[in-house]
Ligand binder design. Structure first.
Ligand code: SF4
Length: 94
């Protein structure tokens, strides 16, 4: 079985093509796959992100973890990022 590997640069180029053909849903999906939510070691385990975006964050012991990347562009994830008291949540280019 052949598997195509796409670099982030190729994904961005594909996103531009898709936007030009007015397929916003496909381009949003590509953006989701080139970005990733991460929690750094500064997490103090307050649980605010879990309370704000339960479908994306969960507590594991005394720290939060990301359980899904599916809702990366949702308002709840943006709220969680904005309200983390130690700014431990970021979105990186994957
Ligand atoms: S809101 Fe920030 S500090 Fe609180 S649990 Fe989530 S990542 Fe950790």
């Amino acid at each position: 079985m052949k598997v195509d590997v796409v670099t982030p640069e190729q994904a961005q180029a594909t996103t531009s093509v898709q936007q030009n053909s007015s397929s916003e849903t496909v381009s949003q999906m590509l953006v989701q796959h080139t970005q990733k939510i991460v929690i750094n070691n500064g997490c103090i385990g307050c649980g605010k992100c879990v309370a704000t975006a339960r479908n994306t964050f969960a507590m594991q012991g005394s720290r939060a973890q990301v359980i899904s990347q599916e809702y990366i562009q949702s308002a709840s994830v943006q709220d969680a990022i904005a309200h983390c008291p130690v700014s431990a949540i970021t979105i990186i280019e994957a």
